[in-house]
Design a protein around this ligand. Structure first.
Ligand code: HEM
Length: 208
């Protein structure tokens, strides 16, 4: 009990501290914009990139847990996964706001939304919004098994985000560098499941 209280008081174990840490870049971005509204365009890039990074780290938690099992650091990441997912949505929202401010003209915004590189971003954002809104205990209880099904849409959001990134940038290196670790972990996770299954099938055969 005392150990648990001490653990919670320790700054790196404190979830509020972690939320505050995630909010720091947003504060700097907003202050920079307020200091000079001309910087809206420059802020599209860092907000989008931070959103993707947080999404990727949050998505890496499951395969890491499956591959390395329950350990101190995988437990630590799991406890913070929800915060990272919600923060990824928060930075995507900021990214959208800076984009809208920079564009300024509605006709141009609507015209832009028809372009592949941009509508992929809007759909990814819509998926993020649904996931962030249902990322709480009461939504989890209400949706039950459907909650897990809903969470799987994050893979669609990740693919759309990767396409959005490649097409707005006109090159694939930036996106590739970011998505390779996640793709490698997912492949390792699938391989791990298959070896485990074939091992237990072989064991069952040896017993009969
Ligand atoms: C909501 C609709 C979205 C719109 C309208 C939008 C718009 C844009 C635009 C115009 C750019 C190019 C910025 C530049 O030239 O510097 C961009 C880049 C980017 N966006 Fe989005 N975006 C959207 C959603 C998203 C989402 C949901 C994510 C992440 C989860 C995201 C991540 C990125 C990234 C990583 C870049 C590339 C940054 C770079 O290297 O230049 N975007 N976005």
């Amino acid at each position: 009990m005392i150990r648990r209280i001490a653990n919670n008081l320790h700054i790196m174990h404190n979830l509020y501290f972690f939320w505050a840490l995630l909010a720091i870049p947003a504060v700097f971005m907003i202050l920079r914009y307020l200091g000079d509204p001309e910087t809206a365009f420059d802020l599209i890039h860092p907000s989008g990139e931070l959103s993707v990074r947080l999404m990727i780290i949050a998505m890496m938690v499951s395969p890491l847990r499956q591959l390395f099992g329950r350990r101190g650091w995988t437990d630590w990441l799991l406890k913070r996964r929800r915060a990272m997912g919600v923060a990824a949505f928060g930075y995507a929202l900021l990214h959208l706001v800076f984009y809208l401010i920079d564009m300024a003209v509605w006709e141009q915004i609507v015209k832009d939304a028809m372009i592949f590189s941009i509508w992929t971003g809007y759909i990814a954002f819509a998926i993020f919004a649904v996931m962030a809104l249902t990322s709480n205990d009461s939504a989890m209880r209400m949706l039950r098994a459907n909650w897990k099904r809903l969470q799987r849409f994050v893979y669609a959001a990740a693919i759309l985000t990767a396409l959005h990134w490649v097409y707005v940038d006109g090159e694939w290196r930036g996106a590739l560098i970011h998505f390779i670790p996640l793709a490698a972990l997912e492949i390792a996770r699938v391989a791990h499941i298959f070896t485990k299954r074939s091992r237990s099938a072989a064991q069952a055969e040896a017993v009969t």
